[in-house]
Design a protein around this ligand. Sequence first.
Ligand SMILES: [Fe+2]
Length: 397
Amino acid sequence: MVDDNQDESPHAASVEVGELLTRLDRGEPVVLLDVRNQDEYESWKLEPRRPVETVHVPYFDFIEDGDAAIARVPRGRELVVLCAKGGSSEMVVELLKDAGVRAANVAGGMLAYGVYLEPVKLPLEAGEAGRFELWQVNRRGKGCLSYVVVSGGEAAVVDPSRHAEWYAAFVRERGARIVQVLDTHIHADHVSGGPELARRAQAPYYVSAGAGFELRQPVTPLGDGQQIRLGGDAGVSIEVRVIRTPGHTPGSTSFLVGGRFLLTGDTLFVASVGRPDLGGHVVEWGRELYASLKQRLADLPAETRVLPAHFGSQAEIGAEGVVWGRLGELRASVPELQLADADAFVDAVRGAVKEPPLAYAEIIKLNLGAQASEEQVALWELGKNQCAASAQRASRA
Ligand SMILES: [Fe+2]
């Protein structure tokens, strides 16, 4: 990972976020030196799937008293240095190099971590594998999940992050073309790449904003129960069924892929449910969410695999690298689904939700069709999602 020629190079040795996460997920003994200020460090951390040894020495400590700061850095271990954007950490790598301590810079810092996308192919059953591919795209730093379904040379993309080019290239590499782009709802934590991706692919875009929201971009409406078919030309195909599940937002929609995979958006997570409070109607939306969870999804078999739009803890990533759960098990394990009735449900979620995310109102406006600069969007999107109704529990077995 560390550039062996670093002594001759004018630049600090560096490592990409994806490579670093892969190594830390495997449990390789790399020490993370985080040089952000205290507030930044406390509010958002790099989280591999296994615990990582982290040493926090703010950048300003290196400036004020370099020798004392360098003395706090562990020796004889592989060291990577992390900051907000990759600039201060690069300088720290240089300071360490001058002091004879070898380290690599995390290229792009937490900003790069926040936009890094990791595609994970879902293991399918024998009868499914020849008909379609289903990918979960994990935006590790934010805990956002999007999906790509490919069948017979056609693809649907669900809840894409704003990096439309990444999804376009990913589908191209699978030898397919995008024929449908879908959002489960108007997101409040990240800017959707759906409208741009649909424009590029000249494919229909679907989202349902619901009552009280003015959508300022074109969508192709889909009715409750409607089926979208992908593929067919090559003799293979897959159906995606639309299931209206209002509550997290009035327009929230779930998609049932191949009769077995339920893309729930922020309706149901693997350890909690979506928060129904962000529109200022927590009682009304909370009741709708309860009805969606208890009635709209009641007919689906226990074996249905729930694939949510978010996760709160790395512990929710299963052994296969996938964030998912069996509907039957979630009905028995998610605390909000154990409550006696809608009143108890509303009381519980109202009491549990945290402060709204900082820029949620601005992000909602963008997802309804407003525009902002890339720099502004990147700033609004910083940090992990806070979409769950309760503090996420690492309850997944
Ligand atoms: Fe959401």
